[in-house]
Design a protein around this ligand. Sequence first.
Ligand code: FAD
Ligand code: SF4
Length: 463
Amino acid sequence: MPKIKPRVPMGEQPPLQRIKNFKSVPYGYTEDEAVEEAARCIQCKKPKCEPACPVNIGIKEMNLLIAQRKFKEAYLLVKEDNSFPACSGRVCPQEKQCEGDCILKKFDEPIAIGKLEAFIADWGAKHQVEVAEALANNEDKHIAIVGSGPAGLACAAECRKYGYAVTIYETLHKAGGVLQYGIPEFRLPKDIVDDEVKKLEAMGVKIELNHTVGQNIYYYELVSQNDAVFLAMGAGAPKFMGIAGENPLDGVYSSNEFLIRANLMKAYKFPEWDTPIDVGKKVAVLGAGNVAMDAARTALRLGAEEVHIIYRRTKEYAPARAEELHHALEEGVIFHELVNPIRFHGNDEGFIDYMELVKMELIEDKKGKLRPTPIKGSNFYMGIDTVIEALGTVPNRLFLDRAPEIKRDKNGVIIVDENHMTSVEGTFAGGDAASGAATVIKALGEGKNAAKAIHAYISSHDD
Ligand code: FAD
Ligand code: SF4
């Protein structure tokens, strides 16, 4: 094993500076830094990082090309497997995927695969590298896609390459799904998402914004007017604690509502945008996933003096990406382990005033799993101005309730076969709507695979 150099650190805004703005926290690698980092790759014969990537990017070759300064070639290589590398490079949980299986991890830090992917994607965008997309001519066949998140966008890109006429229906006024309204600007700059959407439109994909399927256009219309339908509505309906005081009190948000107000309605640009959020001085965020970290860090940037993460397990069980947790703690977010709220109390004006919490312990159940369990008599109180619940989400039932022939499981997740087809022939589904809340790259991969299945389905019905 050759001597391995340490990972090239990426510059980022210092914590005290960045909590005063919404700009990207990392600065991104320079060309020289990227070359140095990529050159750390030892070019394994059988790289384990590649099968650990849900879309199997040619990581070994990408590293080699970057190390040789062949940036254009590296960009084109990555784009073959992933239409949105600038997004996945920034938000994938790399430590559980590609970087988790990098052999260097045994000796030092793994190659910064995500950061290199983001670098090469930004380089390609900056140098306006054209990706030659061979579009077949099948425009007499129409595909309708519901939802413009990563699953919908990836499916649209692939279906367009097969030459179909593709229309995406999106309920919000901007395309991108969670990439646009959920993940904050400081983690995923919105010009990157807008740029990806523009490229898709340049390929000929039509995007109908402000179109809610089930409200102002019906699923049955889509079925009758198209050769196939792809459902990619995500899992945007929040789960709540279901405890006393939660429902009637102002100042208790679901993370989705809070982040939509902050990101999409630009609460942080008040008064330029007349949609402020007054978080008060002390904010509690319930949960410890990526969504919780995004909400906590957004609350800090909206002026909260103290932001508390309330989690019923210990920090090592936090599902957030390692980098998000690290950044949140660096920014001063206070992490409370083994605690759970049991009641919210309001003031005379109907706003949240304080929470009652109970301490928890992890007790092994019969199957050997550690379950968070309340400790009797350990109740305590915490004064609070805003509570944000980030406890997970499930698919929205808006139109699915009116289309019962599309079978779902007990959590409302659409059931699909190995070809992404639902119980209705010609209707396919993917992303969070068909898997439950998951990851951006999983949604991108499913959108891409569903497009292949749609192509096979349409081809087999062609006379
Ligand atoms: P979505 O991105 O949810 O897109 C669905 C789209 O469908 C939305 O635009 C919605 O408006 C639209 N829609 C819904 N119903 C209708 C309808 N009836 N008619 C028309 N349009 C409709 N994953 C990671 O890998 N890394 C992260 O760091 C990460 N951070 C996250 C942070 C937050 C705040 C959130 C909420 C999620 C995060 N995730 C992360 C998860 C990831 O974003 C999702 O798994 C992914 O976006 C799912 O993609 P999707 O296309 O299935 O759905
Ligand atoms: Fe790693 Fe995600 Fe990029 Fe795949 S898409 S190489 S898992 S960062």
